[in-house]
Write a protein that binds this ligand. Structure first.
Ligand code: ATP
Length: 491
C-alpha cells in the first residue's frame, strides 16, 4: 500500500503515472490529487503570485498533462502512463483548441431539480412517478454531502444505505450525473436551465425549478491557509471515505465545528489535535506545523478546516432571489411555499444549515407544494409539522484578528486575493462590496464568490461596524460554474 492508503485497492486497476518526471503508483480512475496525496505529494500547482498550492483548499488546479496546459488537475481522472507537470496559474496554452462544438441536446420536463443531495432526493421521492423530472447533479454520485459521511446520520442510519434506498427512481425521472447547471432563465411558460456534461451543452426546459444546490464549506482565515496540506472538511471527507486515503498521519482540526470531522478521524484511527484558534501554518511546500494564537506549536502534516457550512447563495441571486442574514449566514427570502419567486423553489442547505434528514424533509415539503400546483393530491402540512422539530444551525460570526495577522499571507480567495489587499481598500474608506469586487477581483474568479464573498462581507462589517444584514451583497452572474467557451459559444 502507498504511505497514506487507508484501504487496499483493486490490484487489477494498478497503473503508473509520471509526475514531474518521476513514476508514481496510482489506480485507474483515481483523481490526481488523491493519488499524489496517497504517495505524500501535496504541492500540485503554483498560483499567479508564485504560491505553491495543493488541491484541497482553493480550486482549480491547473496542470500540464501530456504537454497540454490548463487541465484542471483537481478533477483529472488518471490513466496509465499519463505525464503530468506542475503549471503556474498564469501560463496559458500557446495554441487554443478550437472546434465546432457539439449540437445542443434539449429535454422538456415538468420539474428540473438542481442538486441531488438529501434535499434533491427528497423532492424526487415526493414527485417521482407523478411528474416528469430531470435531476441534475454536478458530482459523479447521488447523496451530496451525506455520501461523504461514514458515521450514522440521525433519521437515516447508515448514510450509504439510505442513499442507495433513495436511488431507485420510477419512470419519468431522468438522472444527469456529472452535469453542472449554469443558471436559470425565464423562457415564456418555461424556465431554461442550461447545463454542461463534459463538453456537451444540455438545455432543460422545465415548468418548475428546484434549487437544491446545498451549502459550501466556510473558508477560515489564517496565515498560509492555502498551503498544500490544508483541507476543507468536505475534501478531507472525500479523500477518506470515497477514496480510502488519509489526509495525513497527524492532523490538526481547526474551526468552530470540529466534531464534523473528528468522528470520522476516530473511525479510521487517524491521530488528530483540535486547535480552536489557528494563526499560521508553516512548512516546506506542505504543512509541517501549525501555530495558534497563543504561540503553541503543533507538529502536524495536515490541517482540516471544519468551520461550518454556509448556503450557496449564487444560484439564488442569479435568478433574482433576495437574501437576508439569519443564524450567522445569508439565506434566501422565501414565500410561504418555499419559493423565491413564482415557479422557483429552494430546499435543503440552500435554505438554511440543518441535519441531512431535515433537508430531506424539506425536499419532500417542496415536492408536495409542487404537486399541489399541478393539481395533484399532496399534504405539505405533514412535512411542515415534522420540520418544526429542527432548528437551523446557528454559526457564530467569526471575529477576525485583523491587525494580528500578516494580511499578505492570508488568502481570502484562491485567485490571489489576500486579506491584506482587501483590507487596504476597506481601510481607505471603501465599504461597498460592488466596488471592492471591482478593485480587488474578490468574487470574480473561479469560485464566483461562493467561498470568498462571505469573508469579504465579514471584513467590511468588522471594519465599518455595519451589521452583516445591512450590507449590499453582489448578485451572481451566469454561468454559475466554470465552463469552456467552446461549449456555449454556438448559442
Ligand atoms: P445536506 O446539506 O444535508 O447534505 P442538501 O441536499 O441540501 O443536503 P448537499 O448535500 O450539499 O445539500 O447537496 C447539494 C448538491 O447540489 C451537491 O451534490 C452539489 O454537487 C449539487 N450542486 C450544487 N450546485 C450545482 C449546480 N450548479 N449544478 C448541478 N449540481 C449542483
Amino acid at each position: 500500500m502507498r504511505p497514506l492508503d487507508l484501504t487496499e485497492k483493486d490490484p487489477s486497476k494498478k497503473i503508473t503515472i509520471y509526475f514531474e518526471g518521476r513514476p508514481y503508483e496510482a489506480y485507474e480512475g483515481e483523481k490526481l490529487p488523491v493519488a499524489m496525496l496517497a504517495s505524500g505529494v501535496y504541492w500540485l500547482t503554483t498560483s499567479t503570485e508564485g504560491r505553491h498550492r495543493g488541491a484541497f483548499t482553493f480550486g482549480p488546479v491547473p496542470v500540464t498533462v501530456n504537454g497540454v496546459k490548463n487541465v484542471d488537475g483537481r478533477k483529472l481522472k488518471l490513466k496509465n502512463g499519463l505525464r503530468i507537470e506542475r503549471q503556474r496559474y498564469d501560463e496559458f496554452q500557446e495554441q487554443v483548441e478550437i472546434d465546432e462544438g457539439k449540437p445542443v441536446i434539449r429535454y422538456v420536463v415538468d420539474v428540473a431539480v438542481i442538486g441531488a443531495g438529501p434535499a434533491g432526493l427528497g423532492v424526487v421521492e415526493e414527485i417521482g412517478g407523478k411528474l416528469t423530472v430531470a435531476l441534475i447533479e454536478e458530482k459523479g454520485w447521488l447523496g451530496g454531502d451525506m455520501w461523504l459521511k461514514g458515521v450514522d446520520q440521525e433519521g437515516f442510519g447508515n448514510p450509504r444505505r439510505a442513499i442507495e434506498r433513495l436511488s431507485s427512481f420510477p419512470d419519468g425521472v431522468r438522472v444527469f450525473l456529472g452535469t453542472t447547471a449554469l443558471g436559470v432563465f425565464d423562457k415564456g411558460e418555461y424556465f431554461l436551465v442550461p447545463a454542461v456534461k463534459e463538453d456537451q451543452l444540455i438545455e432543460f426546459m422545465a415548468k418548475r425549478v428546484v434549487l437544491a444546490t446545498g451549502a459550501v464549506d466556510s473558508i477560515m482565515l489564517f496565515e498560509n491557509n492555502d498551503y498544500p496540506g490544508v483541507f476543507r472538511r468536505s475534501d478531507a471527507l472525500e479523500v477518506i471515505n470515497v477514496w480510502g486515503v488519509a489526509p495525513g498521519r497527524k492532523v490538526a482540526v481547526v474551526g468552530a465545528f470540529p466534531e464534523e470531522i473528528t468522528q470520522e478521524l476516530d473511525r479510521w484511527g487517524i491521530e488528530y489535535v483540535v486547535v480552536p484558534n489557528p494563526k499560521r501554518v508553516e512548512g516546506n511546500d506542505r504543512v509541517e506545523r501549525l501555530i495558534d494564537g497563543n504561540g503553541n506549536v503543533y507538529e502536524v502534516d495536515a490541517v482540516i478546516v471544519a468551520d461550518g457550512r454556509i448556503p450557496d447563495i449564487n444560484p439564488v441571486t442569479q435568478v433574482g432571489g433576495r437574501l437576508h442574514f439569519r443564524h450567522g449566514y445569508y439565506i434566501p427570502i422565501l414565500d410561504a411555499e418555499h419559493r423565491i419567486r413564482k415557479g422557483i423553489y429552494v430546499a435543503g442547505s440552500a435554505v438554511s444549515i440543518k441535519p441531512h434528514y431535515a433537508n430531506f424533509l424539506e425536499g419532500k415539503l417542496v415536492g408536495a407544494y409542487i404537486l399541489r400546483e399541478f393539481g395533484l393530491e399532496a399534504e405539505p402540512c405533514l412535512y411542515e409539522e415534522k420540520l418544526k422539530e429542527y432548528e437551523p444551525v446557528a454559526r457564530p460570526i467569526p471575529k477576525l484578528p485583523l491587525d494580528g495577522f500578516n494580511g499578505e499571507d492570508v488568502q481570502i480567495c484562491g485567485c490571489g486575493v489576500t486579506l491584506g489587499k482587501v483590507d487596504e481598500v476597506v481601510k481607505s474608506g471603501i465599504t461597498d462590496l460592488q466596488i471592492i469586487k471591482r478593485l480587488t477581483h474578490l468574487a470574480m474568479g473561479f469560485c464566483q464568490g461562493r467561498f470568498c464573498l462571505f469573508n469579504g462581507a465579514l471584513l467590511v462589517s468588522q471594519r465599518s461596524g455595519t451589521p452583516m444584514g445591512e450590507l449590499d451583497i453582489p448578485v451572481a452572474r451566469p454561468p454559475l460554474k466554470n465552463v469552456k467557451m467552446k461549449v456555449v459559444a454556438g448559442r
